[in-house]
Each structure stands twice: as structure tokens, then as C-alpha cells.
Write a protein that binds this ligand. Structure first.
Ligand SMILES: CCCCC/C=C\C/C=C\C/C=C\CC/C=C/C(=O)SCCNC(=O)CCNC(=O)[C@H](O)C(C)(C)COP(=O)(O)OP(=O)(O)OC[C@H]1O[C@@H](n2cnc3c(N)ncnc32)[C@H](O)[C@@H]1OP(=O)(O)O
Ligand SMILES: Cc1cc2nc3c(=O)[nH]c(=O)nc-3n(C[C@H](O)[C@H](O)[C@H](O)COP(=O)(O)OP(=O)(O)OC[C@H]3O[C@@H](n4cnc5c(N)ncnc54)[C@H](O)[C@@H]3O)c2cc1C
Length: 615
């Protein structure tokens, strides 16, 4: 018999003014997609051995990793078996697109995540047809496990500064991979330490002493039978982190490690047997895997933020605290407008990121199809937009997940709430796949170029066209959606124009362009993510905003129920559908190994002698 649902949650669900299932269907892309997703979740989550006997927060660093590998093999086998052969690739992608199935199994991400998130996309995007056929067969059947090894101890952002070398030897038709310094060691790649046995390595190619830029190489670094590191390979784990502690991030050093010529992924650039180098049509095509993952991250943020606000909103409907009016009893904390302010932006942002992710994915698919036909025209715009949206959505999600955590008081600080772990996952995304400041400056670089083009009368791409609209200096402000968008366009235009004016001022003062850029870079970052609107408008917007909070209040629980996350996927004592938060907090607390005995051995070993002055 299922446990009794909390009365307050029941009331909230009765008050909801819209059809929750309809919103769930919309988010999934239709009722059939909802059905597919639920069927997939039913199948996979009913698999034995997927969940932790002991909560992983009570395991050692080593036990956590070993337990995660145990679960990963069960999970990925179950996912493979659950795949519906009658579904199209697109239907399958949709079913997993919104599903956070892996989050039900891995609170801190999976030791296989890089295989799926980057190793396979790197092969798909960087290998020629023959290489793709061979490596995709092995990688998709999990005969090999891979990762993406680009970042080094000494370089993450500046790819052109990577020190790992790949020197072509025409006599043996091999590349010699080498880490000339400690800072050249690959450092950070997920799964690299003990899980994967192959990786795509980004290394500086040299032929006859001449630099041929950064190129991708597929490299085996562990024996497929014994899993021992191959000769000339130094491997290890980089240590405990804020999060991602079951992703097995590692380091890898090469000592004159030889690989055959056909291990350079040669879709974009090629090296012939005699060492002739055939340049890529655009050297930045080598960065393509990162562009792809930045696009994926936007959707990932939408899902993770939805998970956090679901936990916090349901908890806020159950938690009663303080007095709003004398003798009126303790209200639900969700009735405090400050609590609504903290949480409802998170609900709205998750939906906004979901729609943005769909739009960006369509743009990515179009540009990628154009690239296949040799048309690179829209690649710069895709790069600029992907940089901006990855940076903005990860920054906002980190802020909003942390706000969800702090809105739950002390219980939000419990690992059993799962909010700290979700924060650890999302805040990492502000750094990986391009540190956010650096990516915003990439977008700023495109904005400055676009404004210069607009000022010389050239047509701009659709996403930059707001820079060429002659926005009247006194825009008639109204708080319609169109009015608000116009207001933002005017602010955005002003930010770019001000940054550019600042750079020109520094150049006139005698600074070189690079120093002028650096001096204006705070403004440039702001131009990529604009901030406030003028004073007078704020009051009007504020009234509208507070009115909106009141309209959302009766539907808040319905809005998060519509994300349709199972309790296993929320993995939270505070966010379960039945709202039995106190019973769950106690159930989880009793699982602490410290509660196995009333008196811990440290009393007799240390405390008692200390308190009796004998230590
Ligand atoms: C559970 C998770 C939560 C949810 C998340 C959901 C999904 C996530 C999936 C997986 C996550 C799992 C694990 C994380 C794994 C992480 C992996 C990594 O971090 S891999 C390493 C990532 N590293 C980077 O991103 C490095 C960032 N640096 C760069 O990209 C470049 O160095 C930079 C900054 C672009 C500069 O490159 P550089 O060669 O110096 O170029 P310039 O600045 O000189 O610019 C020259 C022109 O090139 C254009 N350009 C640059 N990049 C690109 C590109 N990618 N595509 C197209 N064009 C590009 C640039 O615009 C310039 O053009 P103009 O000269 O202005 O015309
Ligand atoms: C959880 C996690 C997982 C990761 N997984 C992988 C992986 O699987 N594979 C992989 O290859 N890498 C991985 N990385 C590494 C990641 O890609 C790098 O950390 C990231 O690219 C930033 O580089 P960095 O750490 O060297 O920082 P740096 O580049 O040294 O940046 C440090 C600071 O300097 C600033 N800075 C740098 N350049 C500029 C500039 N031009 N203008 C202004 N400011 C600048 C940055 O804004 C930042 O504040 C992972 C990282 C994390 C945190």
C-alpha cells in the first residue's frame, strides 16, 4: 500500500488550475514521447543491482568509484536491452533527451559519461568514413571505453598552447606521442584514470619539424585484456573534487608512445604516408566536439534545474514555519513571497532553457548538415551562440540550484536532499567545455565584429540583427512581452556599443588592440549577457512581477509535477512525490554507519581518557 501523501501537497494538487499531464506531454514532445520515456524508465529502473545498498555518501573515495563501475555495467546493459528496436533514432533520442535516468543511478555522474558525451561524438565528428565505421562499431557496442583527452595540467583554455606533441615518422608511418613537460600531462579527462582504455587525444602535430596545428588522435592506452597501462604511458587519478567523484578524472603522460598513421582522425585534415599534410578547410573544425557538447549542456542544465526546483517547491509546500499573521498558525513557506521569488524564476528558467536547447539543437543540426556539404558560412555564428548559451545557462543554473538549496534551510544542506550533489554537477559545467568567461569573450568578439559590420551598413545574421535595428533612443516602454524584449534589445545594443566605445578610447590613448581589448573585457563579458534596464522601468516591471508571482503560486506544485521526475530520479528526502519529508530524513539518517551503535569506539579510545585528563 503506497504511503499516505502529505495533506498540503494533496491540497496543492487540487488547487492547480491547469492539466499537468498536458504540460508533461508538451515537454516530452507529445503524449507518445511521454509514454516512450515512461516505458524506458519503467524498464531500466526495475533492473536489479542498480541502486546503492549503503548510501554512497557513506562510502570511501575508492568504494564510491568501484560501486559506480558496478552500477554502470548494469545500467548501460539495461539501457541497451530497454531500447525499443521499432523506435526511430529520433524517438530514442527524444526518450532520453528529457529523461534523467542516469541521475537515478549516479548521484555524482557516471564513470562512463565521457564515453557517451565526448568520445563517441569526437569519432562521429572528426573521423573519416572508414575510421568512423571501424571505431563506431567497437565504441557503440562498449567493446572499448573511451574519453576525450584535451586539457593538460598547464593548459585548459588555450588550446593552441597545448604541449602534447605528435611527431610524424614517415619511415615507420607512425606518430610519436610525447609529453615533453609535467605541464604537458593530460589532466582532467573523465574515465581516464582506471575506466577507459582508449581516448581521443588533442595533440600538436609536427611533420619534418613544422607545426601543423592541434589535431585529434585515437589512442589506446590500456591493454584490452589485462587493462595494464601500455608501455610509454603514465596514468593516474587526479584526486577528490567538489563533485564528479565517480567520474574517475585522471592524468596521462606519454613517453615517446608510437601509434599507426591511421590513428589520426582524418575527416578534416589528413597526413599522407609520405608525410604530406593536407590542411583542414577551417582549423576550427577540430574544435567541433566542444561545440556539440556546449549545445548538449544547455539541455542538461534545463533538466538539472528542473530537478532542483521540483525538490525545493515540493518541500516548500510541505514545510510550515513562523507566523505570517498572529494566531493564524504556521504558514507553508511557499506562501512567503520571498520564497516564491527564490523558486519561481527557477521553474521559468528551466522551461526557457528547454526551449532554447531545442532551438540551439536545430541550429546545430542545420549548420552540421551544411558543413557536410562544405558550406562553413554559419559556423562562426553557431560558435558564438553556443558559447553564449552554454555560459549563460550554466551560470544561471548554478545560481538557481544553489538558491533552491538555501531555500530549504538546514535540510537543503543534507546530502540526502541531493541538492548539494546537483549543485556540484551543474557548477562544474561553468568550467568544463570552455570556462564561462572565456566563452563569453568569444561571443563578445563576434558581437564587436557584427556591430562594426552594422555601422558600415552590412546585413547581419538573424541572431545579431538587433545590433543593426536603429533602436529609438526613447523607446516607448510597456510591460508587454514585446515591450520587454525591445527593452532588452536596447540594453544589449547599448552594452556592445559602450564596450566598443571603450576599446576605441583605449586605442586613441595609445594602447595596442590586445591591451585595449583586455582593458574593456569586463564590459565585453557584460555585453554578451546583458544585465539591468533603466531605473524608471524597474518600478513598472516590479509591480508586474509581483503580480505574476501571485498568479503562479496556486500552480507551483503542478508546474514541478509536470516535469514528471520519479522519486528515484530526484533521489531526495525533500522532493518525493508523497511529501513525507520528515519520515524520509529520519530513514536516511538511520542509514549512517555511525548509528549502528549507541557509543562509538572513539569514546573509549580518546574522549574518556581526554575528559579524565589521562591523554
Ligand atoms: C551530469 C552533468 C550535468 C548536465 C550536463 C549535461 C551534459 C554535458 C555532457 C557531458 C558532461 C560530462 C563531462 C564533462 C566533460 C568535459 C570535457 C571538457 O572540458 S573538454 C575540454 C574543453 N575545453 C575547452 O572548451 C577549451 C576552451 N578554449 C577554446 O575553445 C579555444 O581555445 C578558444 C577560447 C575558442 C580560442 O581558440 P583559438 O584557437 O585561440 O581561437 P581565437 O580565439 O584566436 O579565435 C580565432 C577564430 O576562431 C573562431 N573560433 C574559435 N573557436 C571556434 C569553434 N569552436 N568553432 C568555430 N570557430 C571558432 C573564433 O571565433 C575566431 O574567429 P574570428 O577570427 O573572430 O573570425
Ligand atoms: C568537472 C570537470 C570535468 C572535466 N572533464 C574534462 C574532460 O573530460 N576532458 C578534458 O579535456 N578536460 C576536462 N576538463 C577540463 C576543463 O575543460 C578545463 O578545466 C577548462 O577548459 C578550463 O581550463 P583550465 O582549468 O586550465 O583553466 P584556465 O584556462 O587556466 O582558466 C583559469 C582562469 O583564467 C581565466 N582565463 C583564461 N584564459 C582567459 C582569457 N583569454 N581571457 C580572460 N580570462 C581568461 C579563466 O576565465 C579562468 O577564470 C574538466 C574540468 C572539470 C572541472
Amino acid at each position: 500500500m503506497s504511503a499516505k501523501v502529505n495533506d498540503d501537497l494533496l491540497t496543492e494538487r487540487r488547487k492547480c488550475e491547469f492539466n499537468v499531464e498536458e504540460l508533461t506531454n508538451y515537454l516530452d514532445g507529445g503524449a507518445q514521447a511521454t509514454q516512450n520515456r515512461r516505458k524506458l524508465e519503467d524498464k531500466v529502473l526495475s533492473t536489479k543491482g542498480l541502486f546503492d545498498e549503503v548510501p554512497e555518501e557513506y562510502l570511501s573515495h575508492k568504494e564510491k568509484y568501484e560501486n559506480a563501475v558496478r552500477k554502470a555495467v548494469v545500467y548501460y546493459k539495461a539501457m541497451k536491452e530497454a531500447e525499443d528496436p521499432n523506435q526511430t533514432e529520433q524517438e530514442r533520442a527524444n526518450a532520453t533527451y528529457r529523461s534523467l535516468l542516469h541521475a537515478a543511478v549516479f548521484k555524482d555522474n557516471s564513470p562512463f559519461s565521457l564515453h557517451l558525451a565526448m568520445f563517441i561524438p569526437a569519432i562521429l565528428g572528426q573521423a573519416d568514413e572508414e575510421q568512423k565505421k571501424y571505431w563506431m562499431k567497437r565504441a557503440s557496442k562498449m567493446e572499448i571505453i573511451g574519453t576525450y583527452a584535451q586539457t593538460e595540467l598547464g593548459h585548459g583554455t588555450f588550446i593552441r598552447g597545448l604541449e602534447t606533441t605528435a611527431t610524424y615518422d614517415p619511415k615507420t608511418e607512425e606518430f610519436v606521442l610525447h609529453s615533453p613537460t609535467l605541464t604537458a600531462y593530460k589532466w582532467w579527462p573523465g574515465s581516464l584514470a582506471h575506466t577507459a582504455n582508449y581516448c581521443v587525444v588533442m595533440a600538436h602535430l609536427y611533420i619534418n619539424g613544422k607545426s601543423c596545428g592541434i589535431q585529434p588522435f585515437i589512442v589506446q592506452f590500456r591493454d584490452e585484456e589485462t587493462h595494464q597501462p601500455l608501455p610509454g604511458i603514465k596514468l593516474g587519478e587526479i584526486g577528490a573534487k567538489l563533485g564528479f567523484n565517480t567520474v574517475n578524472n585522471g592524468f596521462l603522460g606519454f613517453d615517446q608512445h608510437r601509434i599507426p598513421r591511421n590513428r589520426m582522425l582524418m575527416k578534416n585534415a589528413q597526413v599522407l604516408k609520405d608525410g604530406t599534410f593536407k590542411r583542414s578547410p577551417n582549423s576550427k573544425l577540430t574544435y567541433g566536439t566542444m561545440v556539440y557538447v556546449r549545445v548538449v549542456i544547455v539541455n542538461g542544465m534545463a533538466n538539472q534545474l528542473a530537478r532542483a526546483v521540483t525538490i525545493a517547491v515540493r518541500y516548500s509546500a510541505v514545510r510550515r514555519q513562523s507566523e505570517l499573521k498572529p494566531d493564524a498558525g504556521e504558514p507553508q513557506i511557499l506562501d512567503y513571497v520571498t520564497q516564491q521569488h527564490k523558486l519561481f524564476i527557477g521553474i521559468a528558467s528551466s522551461h526557457a532553457f528547454t526551449l532554447t536547447a531545442k532551438w540551439l539543437t536545430r541550429m546545430y543540426q542545420k549548420v552540421t548538415a551544411d558543413l557536410e556539404k562544405g558550406n562553413l558560412d554559419e559556423l562562426p555564428e553557431l560558435h558564438a551562440i553556443a558559447c553564449c548559451l552554454k555560459a549563460v545557462t550554466t551560470t544561471d543554473t548554478s545560481v538557481l540550484v544553489e538558491r533552491s538549496r538555501t531555500s530549504c534551510g538546514g535540510h537543503g544542506y543534507m546530502l540526502s536532499s541531493n541538492l548539494p550533489q546537483i549543485y556540484g554537477l551543474v557548477t562544474a559545467a561553468c568550467t568544463y567545455e570552455g570556462e564561462n568567461t572565456v566563452l563569453m569573450l568569444q561571443t563578445a568578439r563576434s558581437l564587436v565584429k557584427a556591430l562594426e559590420q552594422a555601422q558600415s551598413g552590412k546585413r547581419l545574421s538573424p541572431t545579431m540583427s538587433y545590433l543593426s535595428e536603429k533602436v529609438s533612443s526613447r523607446l516607448k516602454w510597456d510591460n508587454s512581452i514585446d515591450g520587454i524584449v525591445k527593452g532588452f534589445r536596447r540594453v544589449a545594443y547599448g552594452k556592445v556599443e559602450s564596450a566598443m566605445r571603450s576599446m576605441r578610447k583605449y586605442v586613441r590613448s595609445g594602447l595596442g588592440p590586445e591591451d585595449a581589448w583586455n582593458m574593456s573585457s569586463v564590459q565585453l563579458v557584460a555585453a554578451s549577457e546583458y544585465t539591468s534596464i533603466s531605473e524608471a522601468d524597474i518600478r513598472q516591471l516590479q509591480d508586474t512581477y509581483e503580480d505574476l508571482l501571485g498568479k503562479i503560486r496556486p500552480n507551483a506544485v503542478g508546474l514541478v509535477d509536470a516535469f514528471d521526475f520519479r522519486d528515484q530520479i530526484l533521489n531526495s528526502t525533500l522532493g518525493a512525490y508523497d511529501g513525507r519529508v520528515y519520515e524520509r530524513l529520519m530513514e536516511e539518517a538511520l542509514k549512517s554507519p555511525l548509528n549502528a551503535e549507541p557509543v562509538n569506539q572513539s569514546f573509549h579510545k580518546y574522549l574518556k581518557p581526554f575528559m579524565q585528563g589521562k591523554l
